[in-house]
Design a protein around this ligand. Structure first.
Ligand SMILES: [Zn+2]
Length: 343
């Protein structure tokens, strides 16, 4: 069952329950019972403290002489932002479900600029995933990839000056619908063939129109089939067509903000489109899926060793002095297993 707004509201009933839920999903740092790296004596516990954020909780070393504090948001999607965890989670939820920014402002009482920023951060996550992901390279021997260029942004007159749109080049695997899109300065052979070599595996069967920039693809290790759009939409001899990418252009243009966007943001909207298509659109729980994706980019686990002494296993030896009872009683967790943080 997909997580719904009412479920999210329940999770957000208290800061403690949000934190426990987020730790369980690896979205917040978990230092519970870990040995402090700064004194190598104390262990981190969860304490009420307003040093770092509005959450009012920190991880604090139990050693009185050390008392090192670490923000629960350290290394996470939530780090260094003024909004509450609840607000950030809701904005993320609304982004996943494509809610319009005006509506989100109204619902959360947060200014529109903040929503714009967070929607940008969400697209940055998509961008990051694609950059570090082999999904950014498509095709392969025997796989059909359709390529094409399309002009984005309406030609319009702005303060007496004609502003042209921007050329976008893209490719899509006909069967899996894995795809890539990128803005290009021009449509010369140099530019396009370079991008093709970056994004499409050798041996792919490339279908395109008869644009002259593609003439060398046969020599670059691709099987290249063309369709002459001034004559027909499917080549009668080879069966080549570019119908898949043609319909993808329509969907991609529809996914952009209706009031237009800055040229510099186009690529991030393309990443958003690709990530939604690859992971979210068909997911049974798109919100939780996106939270999982966030941890690939913002992973608090990866910075844990900055604060704790990593030991093969935590010993059962009692600390010399019993640490003060945590104000919030997170479950005892000798193995630091995140699974224990169920609410
Ligand atoms: Zn310490």
């Amino acid at each position: 069952m997909p997580l719904k707004l009412k479920d999210l509201a329940k999770i957000c009933e208290s800061t403690e329950s949000i934190i426990a839920w987020l730790i369980n999903l690896n979205l917040l740092l978990n230092l519970k019972d870990c040995i402090c790296k700064f004194c190598e004596i104390g262990r981190f516990g969860f304490r009420k403290d307003s040093s770092f954020s509005r959450d009012n909780y920190v991880w604090r070393c139990s050693n009185k002489k050390c008392h090192k504090k670490v923000s629960v948001r350290k290394g996470s999607w939530f780090e260094n932002h003024n909004l509450t965890l609840e607000q950030i989670l809701h904005i993320t939820y609304f982004w996943v479900y494509r809610c319009n920014q005006e509506f989100v402002c109204h619902e959360l009482g947060v200014c529109e600029r903040t929503i714009v920023d967070w929607y940008n951060y969400a697209r940055e996550v998509c961008d990051n995933i694609l950059q570090t992901n082999e999904n950014n390279v498509i095709g392969g021997p025997g796989i059909v990839v359709e390529i094409d260029e399309s002009k984005f942004g309406k030609r319009k007159y702005h303060k007496g000056r004609r502003v042209d749109g921007v050329w976008v080049f893209g490719g899509i695997e006909r069967d899996s619908k894995k795809c890539f899109f990128t803005t290009v300065e021009n449509r010369t052979a140099d530019t396009l063939v370079n991008i093709i070599k970056q994004h499409i595996k050798p041996g792919s069967t490339i279908n395109s129109d008869c644009w002259k920039a593609y003439n060398s693809l046969d020599k670059e290790g691709f099987t290249h089939l063309t369709v002459n759009h001034s004559v027909n939409f499917v080549d009668p001899n080879s069966g080549a067509h570019t119908n898949t990418i043609e319909s993808t252009w329509r969907a991609l243009k529809k996914s952009l903000p209706s009031n237009g966007t800055q040229k510099t943001l186009y690529d991030s909207y393309f990443s958003q489109y690709c990530i939604r298509k690859l992971y979210l659109n068909d997911s049974t729980d798109p919100f939780t899926r996106f939270l999982e994706i966030i941890t690939k980019v913002y992973n608090p686990e990866s910075i844990k060793s900055d604060f704790i002494t990593i030991t093969p296993a935590i010993t059962t030896k009692e600390p010399t002095k019993k640490p003060r009872v945590a104000l919030v009683d997170l479950p005892q967790n000798p193995n630091n297993s995140l699974d224990d943080f169920q609410i």
